[in-house]
Ligand binder design. Structure first.
Ligand code: OGA
Ligand code: ZN
Length: 378
């Protein structure tokens, strides 16, 4: 669709554009000069033009819609003329963009997903061999934050090829893959036969890994059921039903720590249990009882914080929200580690073996790959 400019006028800081369909745009002079189509290198797509070489008072000395229908601006400085495609101007107009309602990409879920787990499964070979399968998996990861890959191989380290369909791995001190197996003197409670309360991994990092992949190789011990809960759903429930608790969890930073005996590092990071994006959508859930440090917020907040934390924790383990399933060898339990909390019930190591291998990938990689495959234009 070609959108036509019907009128252009100038004020002291911007050009005002009226469009043939009645929409109106305002294009600031510095914004226009900064976004001249010649500003970018065609290979790197990096801006080569340096706005700092112009004064802050730069303005059009002349402007018109030329015979090609482009907005042509001759600048007061730098002996330069810019030609803007009206479709580009319309698509990038900040006035019109700001009027559009934000639509969240997230599809929130609760325990009803228990009866429809099929809807989040994808066949391993379909992802390996087809772009359709890859996109289906990426969409599940992005929208639901949860997917189960079925019929993957069960050899050690055999999840690399499917994960590399997305991107490189996020490395951590647990190494890749990390071995989720019952060992003596574990440096993480996951490496025991104990049950694990619902948690995110590595909350003591400035940016905890965006996605986690638990590849089941062996699971024939009694117990060891997997749990998953959509932290965004629970946050939304609190926002609607107990906004004071919600606001407390968004406002008060929590101390998370790691100082296990195998490391020559000690980690500490403060962040709230719920964080939001610039659009007010959900960004992160950071919740892990095991790695929460000794809280040291201002004394006026401690009671408020603990009550809110207690309520959030209860809801994150409430049967009305939690999905429960049993991983089979060849399953890869994939989830947004900063949204979907995971846990497990205890297992009996004397009754059989249980071995998962874990991997992380940053959230940027999932979103960037989807953008590329969907030919996103921005
Ligand atoms: C982990 C973990 C869950 C499980 O390794 O971080 O939470 O099912 N494991 O063993
Ligand atoms: Zn974990």
């Amino acid at each position: 669709m070609t959108t036509k400019i019907s009128k252009v006028s100038k004020n002291s800081s911007a050009l005002n554009v009226e469009w043939s369909d009645g929409e109106k745009s305002n294009f600031n002079f510095l914004w226009l000069r900064d976004n001249c189509p010649t500003a970018h290198d065609k290979d790197s797509n990096h801006r080569m033009f340096n706005l700092l070489e112009t004064s802050e008072n730069i303005q059009p000395s002349d402007y018109k819609i030329n015979s090609d229908g482009k907005l042509e601006i001759k600048w007061s400085e730098g002996n330069h003329t810019s030609y803007y495609d009206p479709n580009w101007l319309r698509k990038n107009c900040y006035t019109i963009k700001q009027k559009q309602r934000y639509v969240s990409p997230y599809k929130l879920w609760n325990n009803k997903l228990n009866s429809d787990l099929e809807s989040v499964t994808v066949e391993h070979d379909k992802v390996i061999n087809t772009e359709e399968g890859l996109i289906q998996w990426l969409n599940l990861l992005h929208e639901k934050g949860f997917a189960i890959i079925k019929n993957a191989p069960t050899e050690k380290k055999s999840a690399f090829p499917i994960l590399n369909r997305i991107s490189h791995i996020r490395q951590t001190f647990f190494k890749t893959p990390f071995e989720v197996i019952n060992i003596p003197k574990p440096n993480n409670s996951a490496y025991t036969a104990h049950g694990l309360r619902n948690h995110i991994d590595l909350p003591y990092f400035e940016i905890p890994p965006g996605y986690q992949f638990l590849h089941c190789l062996i699971n024939d011990a009694e117990g060891g059921m997997s749990h998953a809960v959509d932290g965004f759903f629970v946050a939304e429930y609190l926002k609607k039903n107990d906004p004071e608790v919600f606001n407390t969890l968004v406002r008060i930073p929590v101390k998370f720590i790691d100082k296990d005996y195998t490391q020559d590092k000690k980690r500490l990071f403060y962040a709230p249990e719920i964080s939001l994006t610039k659009d007010g959508d959900y960004n992160d859930i950071r919740f892990s009882v095991a790695t929460m440090g000794v809280m040291d917020c201002v004394p006026e907040d401690i009671e408020k914080f603990y009550k809110a934390h207690h309520k959030f924790g209860k809801l994150l383990h409430d049967d009305k929200f939690v999905v429960k399933f049993r991983l089979k060898p060849g399953d890869i339990f994939c989830f947004n580690n900063r949204r979907v909390l995971h846990g497990r019930t205890e297992f009996n190591p004397n009754s059989g073996h249980r071995h998962l291998q874990g991997y992380y990938i940053d959230r940027d990689e999932i979103i960037a790959r989807l953008n590329y495959l969907n030919k996103a234009d921005f």
